[in-house]
Ligand binder design. Structure first.
Ligand code: NAD
Length: 480
């Protein structure tokens, strides 16, 4: 079994206490690697390395920093098959999903910010005959990037790349549930010639490594993606230390299907937005509201599509649904299925654990699950399940569906299906949602601001927003 190492000061090193934790393959339930069970001592070494690397990195021309990031992107592309296999093994997602979504996007993150750094400019404000103000955007310094297990390399690199592009040095912590591709990335950074200490990757638990990073006085900012409860805890810890925070948290996204939509497209995309990555994407639309005249037609077509989704070994190209990330998470999701029954839901599809034969006998598989007849404000329709469970609810008016869509503590993403252009704008503006897709889902342009409202987060990632987050503006006034 492979033993992963921390990446500190350019070298792959064991944790200082010498302790490791097993990491399990969700498709088999068996351990497949050991990850460092690092602690505050390892974090301190990593932060020190980052501080030492900072003066040279922050003053290096953006073009040179960018070239190194683009080189990392090329190496990810070169190794995409190996990385996709590792991601699937670690997370349970189908290999073809990792191969077509996660790994290409990880490469794009580095390529995008590698070049974006060269286009990043700051403002001047000219007062005729009085003064000239110009704003310098200094790199923040040493920053922490903490990421979750659902899109491991994709989200890890989405934070690291802009931080490095902005001239910061980084101490990053991947999820302890899915550490494998972060380890492989550290090898690629060595190969790319990234200077020692510019990026450091410390593996381990949130309670030890994450907490130590958030508390470390030299860490100027925390870019975090994960659960809302964890985000709340991080905010409480970091606020009195005056650290800059970017929090990308949970969601309970609505999918609004109007009767005038293109039914075929709405159904096929809604199947993806419901069940891609076993519903474990923060952007998945788990509450599907359908205008009443279309309800039966949508339901029949959607259920036909659900019936055709194959749950199977993630390594098998025929599998559309892989394993859920862990036994504990599967049990949590099944708990919500039981709650949906208690709350009066009518089960239309799935609802059961799936037991596969052979290699995957110990895996955490589940049927894609659909309920109807649940009140819009019940717990199943308000709380984040983060699994392959969706609800169908008919609606009668625009005002009603907007109220239901906004009726949760979350506000991350929403989808609208309609061919009425005016309605698309009107409804989009009325939704309390950081991201709104019209007749699309998960269409991403890396230049756009990404993030949620309400309990879905604070701040925005993406494009210029991310480069601004990782820099500190300083205004200089020259009297004329
Ligand atoms: P999590 O909050 O349990 O863990 C996320 C990361 O935080 C992990 O690396 C973990 O080790 C670390 N962590 C835990 N405790 C910490 C602490 N005290 N201090 C610092 N770090 C700590 O989340 P998860 O279960 O890995 O991921 C699932 C959640 O992530 C879901 O709620 C999902 O909606 C959310 N998510 C949000 C987005 C988004 O962009 N908004 C994207 C993906 C996932």
């Amino acid at each position: 079994m492979i033993q992963l190492q921390n990446y500190i000061n350019g070298r792959l090193v064991p944790p200082s206490a010498g302790c490791y934790l097993p990491t399990l393959e969700p498709a088999t339930g068996q351990p497949h690697a050991y990850l460092p069970d690092s602690d505050a001592a390892d974090v301190a070494l990593a932060v020190q390395a980052a501080e030492e690397a900072l003066p040279a990195w922050r003053t290096r021309p953006a073009e040179e920093r960018g070239r190194l990031l683009v080189r990392i992107a090329e190496l990810i592309e070169r190794d995409q098959d190996r990385l996709a296999a590792a991601e699937s093994q670690d997370n349970g997602k189908p290999v073809h999903l990792a191969r077509t979504v996660d790994i290409p996007r990880a490469a794009s993150n580095f390529a995008f910010f590698g070049t974006a750094a060269q286009h990043f400019s700051s403002e001047t404000h000219f007062q005729e005959g009085i003064a000239l103000n110009y704003t310098v955007r200094h790199p923040l310094g040493v920053v922490a990037c903490i990421s979750p297990w659902n899109l491991p390399l994709y989200l890890f690199t989405w934070k690291i790349a802009p931080a490095l592009a902005a001239g910061c040095c980084v101490v990053a912590k991947p999820s302890e549930v899915t550490p494998y591709t972060a380890f492989l990335l550290s090898e690629l950074c060595q190969e790319a010639g990234l200077p020692p200490g510019v990026l450091n990757i410390v593996h381990g638990t949130g309670a030890k490594v994450g907490q130590a990073l958030v508390e470390h006085p030299a860490v100027k900012a925390i870019s975090f993606t994960g659960g809302t409860k964890t985000g709340e805890h991080i905010a409480r810890t970091a606020a009195p230390l005056f650290k800059k925070l970017s929090l990308e948290l949970g969601g309970k996204n609505p999918n609004l299907v109007f009767a005038d939509c293109n039914l075929e497209e709405a159904v096929s995309t809604s199947l993806r937005s419901s069940f891609a990555n076993q519903g474990q994407i923060c952007l998945c639309g788990s509450r599907i509201f359908i205008e009443r005249p279309l309800y039966e037609a949508f339901k029949q077509a959607f259920l036909q599509g659900v019936a055709a989704l194959t749950v199977g070994d993630p390594q098998d190209p025929a599998s559309q649904q892989g394993a859920l990330v862990s036994e504990a998470h599967l049990q949590k999701v099944l708990g919500y299925v039981a709650l949906a029954h208690e709350e009066g839901g009518r089960l239309l599809a799935g609802g059961q654990r799936v037991y596969l034969p052979g290699r995957c006998a110990g895996g955490h598989f589940m049927q894609p699950t659909v309920f109807e007849s649940l009140p819009p404000n019940c717990r199943v329709n308000r709380e984040e399940i983060f699994g392959p469970v969706v609800t169908l609810t008919p609606f009668d008016s625009e005002a009603e569906v907007i109220q239901w869509a906004n009726g949760t503590e979350y506000g991350l993403a929403a989808t609208i299906w309609t061919t009425d252009l005016k309605r698309a704008h009107r409804v989009a503006h009325a939704l309390h949602s950081g991201i709104v897709w019209v007749n699309a889902w998960l269409h991403r342009d890396l230049r756009t601001p990404f993030g949620g409202m309400k309990s879905s987060g604070v701040g925005r990632e993406g494009g210029i927003e991310a480069l601004r987050f990782f820099t500190e503006p300083q205004n200089v006034t020259i009297k004329l």
